[in-house]
Design a protein around this ligand. Structure first.
Ligand code: DX5
Ligand code: ZN
Length: 218
């Protein structure tokens, strides 16, 4: 099983001090920085675009894990790659030509990830697993930080772990939404290796470093 990675989601960060918080994440042993891109259409919230990705690129050396919750992601993939995204994740629900979209991401030199909503079955992404560098299981309905982990996600992680193992895929299996030490353990036991956390890390009473440390210990 892959080494466990922690990916703080800046959705819950204090944007007035983003550079400093990214530096703290890096110094505290975060592996990736997760960026939630929302368009107010695919999801009922509007967040950040390439300008902020570019600012993050200058503020940290960590890989930038860019999660696109937007309609027609193919129109913006190049802009996010240029802004410094290391990894770009698209939703199967937004990509009628998912195979082509993943190829496009790879052709720009980024790792290509695919993700699926809680109501979408694992089988929906089976045909592209062989070309994915990363699979992201949404364990909340995308749109907001600070939601509660959906317990059924554990089964989906287990299914996708088995599907990836069957084809000897080295892809990372990531989980996003409602991650706290207890849910991290459930997801890890089911075979996930990369854990996105926003609220737990950035709103931790003892600070960002303590949040990352507690997840690492879990
Ligand atoms: C939800 C986002 C998540 C979110 C996770 O749409 O994709 O990355 O920020 O936040 P928490 O850890 O607060 O559930
Ligand atoms: Zn996300």
């Amino acid at each position: 099983m892959n080494e466990a990675f922690i990916a703080p989601s800046i959705l819950s960060a204090d944007f007035t001090r983003l550079g400093a918080d990214l530096a703290t994440c890096q110094a505290s042993g975060a592996n990736w920085i997760h960026l939630d891109i929302m368009d107010g259409r695919f999801v009922p919230n509007l967040t950040i675009g390439p300008v902020v990705v570019e600012a993050c690129r200058r503020a940290t050396d960590l890989p930038l894990d860019v999660h696109l919750m937007i309609q027609r992601p193919e129109n913006l993939i190049e802009a996010f790659a240029k802004a410094g995204a290391s990894r770009i994740i698209v939703h199967v629900e937004t990509c009628p030509h998912l195979h082509r979209t993943l190829q496009h991401i790879k052709s720009l030199g980024c790792a290509a990830g695919v993700t699926l909503n809680p109501a979408t079955p694992a089988s929906a992404i089976q045909p592209v697993l062989g070309m994915a560098d990363q699979v992201l299981v949404m364990s909340v309905n995308p749109g907001f930080g600070g939601q509660t982990f959906i317990p059924e996600s554990v089964d989906k992680i287990r299914q996708l772990r088995a599907m990836l193992d069957e084809i000897n895929s080295p892809a990372r299996l990531e989980v996003d939404g409602g991650i706290i030490p207890e849910t991290l353990r459930l997801a890890r036991d089911a075979g996930a290796d990369t854990f996105v956390a926003g609220n737990f890390i950035f709103h931790h009473g003892k600070g960002i470093a303590a949040g990352i440390r507690e997840l690492r210990e879990a």
